[in-house]
Design a protein around this ligand. Structure first.
Ligand SMILES: Nc1ncnc2c1ncn2[C@@H]1O[C@H](COP(=O)(O)OP(=O)(O)OP(=O)(O)O)[C@@H](O)[C@H]1O
Ligand SMILES: [Zn+2]
Length: 670
């Protein structure tokens, strides 16, 4: 008999669909098998019976081995994979295998049997710790959750309003009903704290994590525990949306607005959107939680397609921090007299240090300075491989490209003219920490960003020091702005946030507002000190509407203005986008491919724009171009992409010097 098997065939082969193999048994769909592919033996997934008529003249090869010790991947899982492959325009086999633990794709039947033998015994739930009573708002929201009709719930709760407590209560109900719970979180640096809260609440229950920081063996063990129904809770980053869970009873997406839910290479799926799809397919509730929901989700709630639950108050009567906007135009014009902190902000921080409270300085740019500059000849530290500057890192005296990674020692003199006096321009977190140390002698200053946390365990120990009160002033990037429950923090300052006000990306204001709201949310979480909590903004544009909305903590008003703007110019969520990206050694090659692609006649209701370079056009010696497709109808865009993408495979053959192309459906950045 013949069976269709999904195998990982690279996209350029055009072999997206499952391939036919001979089988001696009717392995059920979802069974993992080892099959020959070219000269290799690879792992595949039985997708169903093969087509009715075998291709004439094609000799089918037999399935080498079935890994049938593993229960087949369920129909719900296969449906989600098939949907995602179709929606995001990738090969079915490619996506199906890419979302399995890498280790599972390597093992044969014997090795798998050994892994399965190493499983831990099932969990025995112990009594939960005594619970604090819910606030009236939380209680009302929980009550509503239980009585809602099926469909996504958008939980809009201000920072510190106790959203996590609601997730825990909803999870408890699902667990008590014998179901499994899936919790998606944006970044792995937020998982430890949340994991600890879940573990503490559900002693004896088996909780497994799924993220890229695990060893391959751990990831497989955790995945197996979920798939076999032994794990009660799965907590993970975007990739865990694909974890098969036979008893799934609830999905939670925490910080649903976070861009990291969108995969940025390969199959560019949105884990948040797939979580909503999965909840519908599996008929389980999904809670999307955020203090600053994505405008997509917000608009769906406005239209009544999502149910909105609101937590408007902080737990324990804590107030949201008061916004202090400092107009930088008031500082002396003479540059030599300007300091990094406006004097009143510095005084506010000093007052907090004296009271034993903490301050957070947010600067979303790591390194010492974004560029080195020679005053004599104008040389700047460009990257030879990218259209970007190389960032000066003072700690190890390197120039590093944050796009391609190219790193060199800082030159002693200007490479062009020999001038010895080359100077850093602008400021990153490293320099900010250094300047703060000079301004606040004796203060204990810590810096947390992607550089300071490179080593395993570094982030945990740095955060622990903050929680333990061993730090007076924390300097950090967006990494520390969200999710953390810092109890002693009463001041947050954005040192120089103006950049995003004038960025070309239409989502920049939304991102910036979310980041500042999240950052503000780190201050005053302990009601005892909340009265003095402040959020400072140093800006040259003090009357900008974005800062005005921030001052009143009015997300709804901000969302309404943004949505009006988007509606009037036809941007998402009022239109649907796809980007076709192309890469080549020369821009003209990528451009020619995109021009041919755009020439395929688009139906009415769909617009193909002219090819343009992205903001950073050249990365690692490769030129990139992109073409935007826009439609007011999602089905129309989907239909067109399904017809267009196969033509692009053919078109590629005519553009031999094109390196790569890919389609990004619902792109986050343009
Ligand atoms: N009902 C309650 N009674 C007492 N304390 C509570 C209650 N609910 C939550 N808390 C505490 O209030 C703090 C804030 O709650 P939580 O972290 O759940 O808020 P959040 O809305 O998830 O915050 P953020 O969006 O800022 O991450 C936590 O320290 C939590 O333990
Ligand atoms: Zn580079």
């Amino acid at each position: 008999m013949r069976l269709a098997v999904a195998v990982e065939a690279p996209q350029h082969t055009g072999l997206g669909a499952p391939l036919d193999y001979l089988a001696d048994r009717a392995w059920p769909a979802g069974t993992l098998v080892r099959v020959p592919l070219g000269r290799r033996t690879v792992t595949g997934i039985v997708w169903g019976d093969a087509g009715a008529t075998p291709d004439a003249g094609l000799t089918l090869r037999p399935i080498a081995q079935a890994l049938d010790a593993l229960p087949p991947l369920p129909a719900t899982w296969r449906d989600m994979v098939a949907f995602a492959a179709g929606y995001y325009q990738r090969g079915l086999g490619e996506l199906a295998l890419a979302v399995l633990p890498p280790e599972l794709r390597k093992v044969d039947a014997t090795q798998l049997a050994r892994r399965l033998g190493r499983r831990r015994p099932a969990s025995v739930p112990a009594p939960s710790p005594a619970l604090r009573p819910l606030t009236p708002e939380q209680a009302a929201a929980l009550d509503q959750l239980a009585r809602l009709p099926p469909g996504p719930v958008l939980l809009h709760g201000v920072t510190g309003s106790g959203k996590t407590e609601l997730y825990l209560r909803a999870a408890a109900q699902a667990l008590d009903a014998g179901r499994q719970v899936l919790v998606l979180v944006p970044e792995i640096n937020l998982t430890p704290q949340l994991e600890a809260r879940f573990a503490e609440r559900f002693p004896g229950r088996r909780l497994v994590a799924q993220h890229s920081g695990l060893s391959p063996a751990q990831r497989l063990q955790h995945w197996l525990a979920a798939h076999l129904g032994e794990a009660d809770l799965v907590l993970g980053t975007r990739l865990s949306v694909f974890t098969p869970m036979p008893r799934l009873g609830l999905i939670v997406v925490d910080e649903e607005h976070d861009p990291s839910f969108k995969q940025q290479d390969g199959a560019r799926y949105s884990a948040r959107d797939l979580a909503v799809w999965r909840s519908q397919r599996e008929q389980v509730p999904v809670i999307l939680g955020s203090a600053t929901p994505s405008l997509e989700s917000w608009q769906r709630a406005e239209e009544g397609r999502y149910t909105r639950l609101t937590l408007a108050e902080r737990v324990g009567g804590g107030a949201l921090p008061r916004l202090r906007i400092f107009d930088m135009n008031r500082l002396p014009r003479d540059r030599s007299q300007q300091t990094v902190l406006a004097p009143p902000l510095q005084a506010a921080i000093e007052a907090r240090i004296a009271r034993g409270e903490q301050s957070l300085l947010l600067l979303n740019r790591r390194g010492y300075a974004p560029v080195l500059h020679c005053g004599a000849c104008g040389w700047k530290s460009g990257c030879p491989h990218c259209s970007a500057w190389r960032v000066f890192h003072k700690a190890d005296r390197t120039l590093r490209c944050h796009h391609c990674g190219f790193t060199e020692r800082v030159p002693r003199a200007c490479p062009d003219c020999g001038n010895l006096d080359i100077a850093p321009l602008g400021r990153g977190t490293e320099k900010l920490a250094e300047q703060i140390a000079a301004l606040l002698p004796g203060a204990r200053i810590a810096r947390i960003d992607a550089d300071s946390t490179r080593l395993k365990g570094a982030l945990e120990s740095q955060l622990a020091a903050v929680h333990a009160g061993e730090v007076d002033v924390l300097v950090g990037t967006q990494m520390v702005a969200k999710g953390h429950d810092f109890r002693r923090m009463t001041l947050v300052a954005a040192v120089n946030p103006d950049g995003a006000l004038f960025a070309s990306d239409f989502r920049a204001p939304e991102r910036m507002f979310a980041l500042l709201m999240q950052a503000a949310g780190r201050a005053g979480r302990d009601a005892a000190h909340a009265g003095e909590a402040e959020m400072w903004i140093q800006t040259w544009h003090p009357t900008h509407p974005l800062y005005r909305a921030l001052a009143t903590h009015d997300f709804a008003a901000f969302a309404a203005t943004q949505l009006d703007e988007r509606r009037s110019v036809g941007l998402p969520p009022f239109s649907f986008l796809a980007l076709l990206r192309a890469e080549a050694r020369e821009a003209a090659v990528a451009q020619a491919f995109l021009a041919d692609a755009a020439a395929v006649a688009a139906p009415p209701g769909l617009v193909c724009y002219a090819p343009v370079p992205p903001p950073v056009a050249r990365v690692a010696g490769v030129e990139r171009m992109q073409l935007l497709v826009e439609s007011t109808s999602r089905p129309l865009l989907q239909q067109w992409l399904a017809a267009w993408v196969p033509q692009l495979h053919a078109l590629k053959a005519r553009h031999k010097r094109l390196l790569r192309w890919a389609v990004d459906v619902d792109p986050l950045g343009l």
